[in-house]
Design a protein around this ligand. Structure first.
Ligand code: NAG
Ligand code: NAG
Ligand code: NAG
Ligand code: NAG
Length: 417
């Protein structure tokens, strides 16, 4: 065990930790024994007619009249299909709300195939994201994404997807360090982002500590962040990548006289369980499920090991231009144990949480990352940096438009139910 300078005797700590390990053990069994807890949601059946229906003078494909059957379709099993005639709803030129970090075309990405892949679930069709339908559904509501930089991408993708149909002057954007708000005025709707990379509090939330060894998470503290989540109609959470430093997680709970010194180093999945349980308790005691919908986006895979997809001579995700087609592919960047923690915690909540399970479908998309078409410290990579993908390629974040648009297509499908 790591440094412990708190006042609690070690034996109690050991008991607490053992209790949590026991808890983990039962949680991992949980998902196997209960199918219902995941609330697997279906999507429109493939056989649905493509009739057009008239909604306020506009034609919509009949797949908006979803014909759902939970036993027929899981959105996270399927394949990517190339379709050159797809027209992305935005580009990094048409949507000025994209961070330069993920605006790959602006940053020099030349190949464009990565924008033309559609996710095709095995047993049904994923409805296209219709921005007008979405905005109508959000009328008078607040939608908030909460989490890390990948969640911020999902938020920006969502903003850009609806932005195309909102005229100039009918929208506003206020960016803040922690909380950002996009407003669609005619719809009295907001699409917000709140930065909380661990969901629970940590010493690296606002002033980011570059050295993971200095980071300490406070697994039982969430109120500072969560007060911003009250009265939101649709909450979409995530947290994963910040836990994955490869080190044990310096974890603090309870209140100790000697403050940050009283941490314990825990295995990451143990600390993650404690943090997620705090989040789950907050949701269960503060969210009224008849007013608020809660979603959780699963881990977004990083692609740092080309050997995972049989490209022994590759350098991370650099120069990849096609998705993986092997259906059984699962890379080393997605930790199954962390996934089972999410499943276990969410499965035991009182408030129903819909899991947007993006991991498998994103695992295939080694071609979708920003790679060298990104910025570092606010500056687009220089030619020298671009020539050194081993050190500078970003294989965690995604180009936009790109893969997170599909995450939002899934969110959209659930919201339109
Ligand atoms: C490709 O996209 C176009 C335009 O959205 C669509 O009409 C067509 O059905 C798609 N093709 C396939 C094979 O899905
Ligand atoms: C990797 O590079 C080595 C040496 O250049 C070559 O012999 C080998 O065939 C390459 N492997 C693949 C999978 O391309
Ligand atoms: C990257 O791909 C391009 C096009 O396939 C190729 O010309 C180039 O040599 C590749 N670069 C590296 C460093 O492998
Ligand atoms: C997400 O899907 C994967 C399979 O693609 C599954 O193993 C995992 O348990 C799912 N996660 C959750 C939290 O439901």
């Amino acid at each position: 065990m790591g440094i412990w300078r708190g006042k609690v005797p070690l034996s109690i700590i050991t008991i607490i930790i053992l209790a949590f390990v026991a808890l983990l053990y039962t949680e991992r069994l949980g998902p196997l024994s209960s199918k219902a807890i995941f609330r697997i949601k279906p999507c429109a059946r493939k056989s649905a007619d493509d009739k057009l229906v008239d909604v306020n003078g506009l034609n919509y494909a009949a797949d908006y009249l979803f014909d759902f059957d939970p036993d027929q379709c899981s959105l996270n099993h399927g394949k990517w299909v190339f379709n050159r005639s797809i027209e992305p709803l935005y580009s990094d030129r048409s949507c000025r709300f994209l961070d330069r970090q993920v605006a790959c075309v602006k940053n020099g990405r030349q190949d464009s195939d990565y924008r033309y892949w559609e996710w095709q679930p095995d047993d049904c069709r994923l409805p296209r994201f219709d921005p007008r339908m979405m905005l109508r559904k959000l009328k008078g509501k607040r939608l908030m994404f909460v989490g890390d930089s990948l969640q911020r991408e999902q938020w920006q993708s969502f903003v850009c997807l609806v932005n195309s149909v909102i005229p100039k002057g009918k929208k506003s954007m206020k960016r803040g360090r922690l909380h950002s708000v996009f407003r669609a005025k005619e719809y009295d709707a907001t699409i917000e982002f709140y930065w909380a990379p661990f969901l629970i509090e940590s010493n690296t939330d606002i002033h980011i500590l570059a050295d993971p060894k200095q980071r300490i998470v406070k697994v039982d503290s969430i109120a500072k962040h969560a007060k911003y989540w009250l009265k939101v109609d649709i909450l979409v959470f995530n947290t994963y990548v910040w836990w994955m430093s490869g080190l044990k997680t310096k974890t603090l709970w309870g209140s100790f006289a000697n403050g940050a010194e009283g941490y314990e180093e825990l295995e990451t999945h143990v600390s993650y369980t404690l943090g997620l349980r705090t989040w789950a308790n907050w949701v269960d005691s503060n969210v009224n499920p008849s007013k608020t919908r809660v979603f959780f986006t699963t881990m977004s895979p990083a692609h740092h090991k080309p050997a995972d997809w049989g490209n022994e001579n590759g350098t991370k995700c650099f120069n990849e231009t096609r998705p993986i087609t092997n259906k059984r592919h699962w890379g080393s960047g997605s930790d199954k144990r962390m996934m089972s923690v999410v499943a276990g915690v969410v499965g035991r909540m009182k408030v129903p949480v819909t899991v947007i399970n993006i991991t498998q479908l994103s695992e295939y998309r080694i071609d979708g990352h920003t790679s060298i078409h990104t910025e570092l410290g606010g500056k687009v990579l220089t030619e020298e940096q671009k020539a050194d993908p081993y050190h500078f390629a970003d294989c965690i974040h995604w180009c936009l438009p790109g893969v997170p648009d599909t995450w939002n297509q899934i969110l959209y499908t659930h919201l339109m139910l």
